[in-house]
Design a binder for this molecule. Structure first.
Ligand SMILES: Cc1cc2nc3c(=O)[nH]c(=O)nc-3n(C[C@H](O)[C@H](O)[C@H](O)COP(=O)(O)OP(=O)(O)OC[C@H]3O[C@@H](n4cnc5c(N)ncnc54)[C@H](O)[C@@H]3O)c2cc1C
Length: 232
């Protein structure tokens, strides 16, 4: 998998802080923005977000390229509705080699499982190719492609939606591939907008408890998770 933050709203912390200061300000946002230094912007965001007034961070957008991820991943990703997506098409792109599948580590590390997995994918590849050779269009031949098929997708989310996405998808309850992608996305946005993503991560990082109740995975150590995400 490859995760790359392609672009984002310039000066995201100053833009969001200027939005926050527009509410009590007597002047226009342009004037507030021009006179706002980064340190004051960060302090403002910490205070305003601490009140729970998080709509101001909707003014910052972040666009990622997610490459060589599985269709299983993108199916879960696109359930997040406050976002824009464009995905590689299985109608136009031909899947023709075994390089184009994601193998979960749990399968890769178990030789017997890996053998069944690889054989099945090989059969699928051959059948897919046979269907194409029979003149079946890619848009119909793709019906036999598995969730493991690799794909590329571009996604844009605003910072509020991203924080919500990280709450759910950096959590140990989320499937490994999407969790790895979400955690890498968080690592990259923290670098460019630290005050907006302070304390972002699975719900337990912010709440200091696990809201999953009985579903909390037994291996979860909240202190360890908090430390890991705060130092990302
Ligand atoms: C561990 C885990 C397991 C899951 N298992 C399943 C499963 O078995 N089956 C399944 O189908 N899905 C499953 N999901 C997906 C889950 O149900 C959500 O569809 C997905 O996480 C998107 O979350 P969301 O709706 O909060 O977020 P988004 O779509 O990102 O929306 C963000 C927020 O905007 C608001 N919002 C958005 N749209 C509306 C709307 N139409 N009406 C009102 N408010 C809205 C809500 O407050 C929402 O939380 C799972 C998710 C996780 C994290």
């Amino acid at each position: 998998m490859k995760v790359k933050l392609l672009c984002y709203t310039p000066d995201p912390e100053r833009v969001c802080a200027a939005a926050a200061l527009t509410s009590p300000g007597s002047g226009g946002t342009s004037e507030i923005f021009e006179s706002l230094d980064l340190e004051k912007a960060r302090k403002t965001l910490k205070r305003i977000m601490g009140y729970g007034h998080v709509s101001v961070i909707e003014h910052a957008n972040f666009t990622f390229s997610l490459e060589e991820v599985s269709r299983a991943l993108t199916h879960q990703l696109v359930r997040h509705r406050i976002a824009s997506y464009t995905q590689q098409s299985q109608r136009y792109v031909t899947y023709d080699t075994l390089q184009e599948y994601v193998t979960p580590p749990s399968i890769a590390e178990k030789p017997e499982a890996k053998k069944i997995f690889d054989e099945t994918l090989e059969n699928i590849s051959k059948t897919y190719q046979k269907l194409l050779d029979l003149g079946i269009h890619k848009e119909d031949a793709r019906y036999i492609l598995p969730n493991a098929a690799k794909t590329n997708i571009i996604v844009t989310m605003n910072a509020r939606e991203l924080r919500h996405f990280f709450n759910l998808r950096c959590c140990a309850r989320t499937q490994w591939e999407l969790r790895e992608v979400a955690t890498e996305m968080l690592r990259q946005v923290k670098k460019v907008a630290p005050s907006i993503f302070e304390n972002a991560g699975p719900n337990c990082v912010e709440l200091e408890f696990c809201p999953e109740g009985k579903l909390k995975p037994p291996e979860c150590n909240i202190e360890e998770i908090k430390a890991r995400f705060r130092s990302l």
